[in-house]
Design a protein. Structure first.
Length: 281
């Protein structure tokens, strides 16, 4: 291991620095989880107690009565993220293949334009996007959140998958061309089976990104509760007199649980895909 090449005091410094870094990263999540275990009466007590006294998981059971449509919000969020991911992949896969295999004038400019999309936040374009969604008549529908979500995935998705496709030897395609195969046949029967891990990485990226960034589109383009995702549905815990912070934190952790499970089981594929093309072979 690389860590074995350092001296003992250097190892201590590395482990200490890693611990401090992880503490600041995980600190808000740990505090949020502990808040979900505390009774609402103890959240603002003085002096403040970091570890919950008389903590319980009651909030995880009462959230379903506080916000009756919570289950619907969670399913909406998963549905929107899934459909947006599938739509994004349908556009990303052929585009990444063309930009990695076909030589044509202006290819670098197109790649730069896709990359420049990441410079713009959805909040910056929210007004023109609203007018566009109203013009095509998809406000207050799932499509109002799916279409812009898929559009903002294209840039990063194409760059990620293109780096993976460039690692596949071109000799495989040349042999298929000799046998009379076309581009679509090669993409479907040769490239996609070999690029399965790369496609999985892009799918994970798309799903996690959309699931985490549904709030602004759902709040702007939708006013019907039956289409709301979890990020907007959490507003139900904000009352006129007080905020049920313990239940809000409990609902948040319940909402991120499915995504967290997926990430834990597939994280090694994500790391492999992100580092694809980093070393020239």
């Amino acid at each position: 291991m690389m860590i074995d090449k350092f001296r003992w005091h250097e190892k201590i410094g590395i482990y200490l620095g890693t611990f401090v870094f992880l503490f600041f990263i995980m600190g808000p999540f740990i505090e949020g989880f502990l808040v979900s275990l505390k009774p609402i009466s103890l959240l603002f007590s003085s002096p403040y107690h970091f570890w919950p006294e008389n903590g319980s998981f009651d909030a995880y059971f009462t959230i379903w009565t506080t916000v009756p449509l919570l289950w619907r919000y969670m399913l909406n969020g998963i549905f929107i993220a899934t459909v947006t991911t599938l739509l994004g992949l349908a556009l990303i896969i052929p585009a990444a293949y063309a930009l990695s295999r076909i030589e044509f004038r202006g290819r670098g400019i197109i790649l730069g334009m896709f990359l420049s999309v990441n410079m713009f936040s959805g909040a910056v374009l929210i007004i023109p996007l609203f007018r566009l969604m109203r013009t095509i008549g998809v406000l207050n529908t799932y499509l109002a959140m799916i279409i812009p979500g898929a559009a903002f995935l294209l840039g990063t998705g194409i760059w990620l998958l293109r780096a993976y496709l460039m690692r596949i030897p071109k000799e495989l395609e040349e042999a298929a061309f000799v046998d009379g195969a076309g581009r679509l046949y090669i993409l479907r029967r040769i490239i996609l089976p070999l690029a399965g891990p790369g496609v999985l990485v892009v799918a994970m990226f798309c799903f996690l990104t959309v699931y985490a960034q549904q709030f602004i589109y759902a709040l702007t383009f939708n006013s019907k509760s039956e289409y709301m995702p979890l990020s907007v549905g959490l507003f139900g815990f904000f009352g006129r007199q007080e905020v049920a912070w313990n239940e809000l934190m409990a609902a948040s952790f319940v909402g991120i649980a499915p995504v967290l499970v997926v990430f834990i089981f597939l994280q090694r594929y994500l790391v492999a895909g992100l580092t694809a093309g980093a070393v020239k072979e």
